[in-house]
Design a protein around this ligand. Sequence first.
Ligand SMILES: [Zn+2]
Ligand SMILES: [Zn+2]
Length: 563
Amino acid sequence: MNSREHYKHCLEFLRRMHHHLQYKEGENQFRIGSYIKAAEALEQHGTMDGIESVRGIGKGMISHFDEIKRTGTSSLLDEVTSYGPPYEVRELTALPGVGPKGAVKLFENSGVTSMEDLAKKIKQGELTDAKIIEAYYNWKANSARIPRSVVNNEIGPVLEACNASKYITDVILAGSFRRWRPDCRDIDILLRVSSYSNVSTVVRSIAKTLGAPIEADGERKAYLRYKIGASERKLDLNFIESDSWGTALFHFTGSKNFNVAVRTYAEQELGCKVSQYCIDQGKKRYYFDEEEHVFEFLHLPYTPPECRDHHLDVTQEIDVICEADVIGDLHSHTTDSDGAVDVEALLKSAKKQGYKFFGVSNHSKSTGNGMTQVDAVKLAKKIREIRKSNIKANDEFRPYASAEIDVRVDGTLDYNPKQLDAFDYVILATHTKPEFDVHNRIEKALKQLGKKPAIIAHPTGRIIGYRSGADVDWVAFFKMCKLYNAVIEINGQGDRCDVPDDLIVKAKRMNCLFAVNSDCHSNNPWATQINAVHLAMRGLLSKRDVINTSRKRFRTWLDSFKD
Ligand SMILES: [Zn+2]
Ligand SMILES: [Zn+2]
């Protein structure tokens, strides 16, 4: 068993232990909890290296990890698997209207052991409960996540329909959308009303305008179904009375863990109860019409929504990158490969948009519409000429020459590594079999580059809603990047948003350097780079971690490769 497999087995072991122990009569609550806490700690840690120093993982657990490594199984887990339903039954809680109890009932009454098993039983006619069948098909249609950018592009009519009502004074997309999570499932919408008495009128009028069926309809809440992207999404409409807007915005933005952290702090330190409607302190009740005021009242620094998944130390102010910090872009395509505009037009447009430095990086030839090395070198020389003449003319705008070079399946480069002098830096990408042997391929590629600075493009290769990305020991991968001083790209293409934020957090802890890149194929780099910036925020990066934020930072990185 290699170290990656071992890690996954151990994580699975901890989760399964937690699941089964919950059903063991008289089991110690502390012991049950210790397994889920250990699973969280291990997941955070991300590797089996240095496991001894991880808090929450004791000697006892490590001896079970050793056994798993030796034998592939755990005798302790074998002892408890008879308690409660099979572990996979937990998946059934994702069915709409089926909670944890419903899932267990489904197992006990119909013998359903997993989602896959449920699909099989429905198909073979063994399960005929109409409600469960409907729940299954609803789940199937809506479970796929779609890129946030798709929601952003198609949500306009929904917002218009909401804003059209005279009873609505404010509309905002909350939940993970507000936190800039790159993928979406359901869409949480907050609507500010002066009084709850008009809610049902408003819901009917929005549903009518959108042609969206009403799924459920309450005094302060309604669900509509509405098509965004290729499938129907649940629009979760939450109506908020004016005075509660601040606390509601906090409540509906999440993350769940962040909200728990704020509430726990408020209760323990200030004796306050924070609800979605107000804050109760002793006999007094406080209302807030802005979210900032909630934080002020609690004497907490304001945490931007993007940071609320990973920044849980709520009393600490976070120093995080913002849109205005970004003055350069380092990954773009022109008509020389598969871009929509030629190099002159792209540079002109970038300069006009306020970029101070800008890298052009067309594909190498093996991607189909890429450039031969001879042509790429010619283009690179031309770009460097433009830079020289800009310097002479005291023009602040600096174009840089790069290439997005394919790393082949065997780790060799699509371009001759000895003829890269014309490029200021290169971008390495595994477009062919993007999930295959990524660590070794990139390491081989970096070795061949010698003293040429490199950015690792869209490292996991994930495409949201299509493929989940490479399975790699990322801690080891980032360590390797650091060794070669390679920069990790945060790619802003809507369906990529790669590397994901949990990996950014890990790489930041290892002091890696990052680039927030547009990977633009049009003349509007900001349209996608904005996703990369907010993803960097989700990963808690400060501007010092990102080379696009100052000419000096970028130059220092380039110069570090010089003798
Ligand atoms: Zn690429
Ligand atoms: Zn690209």
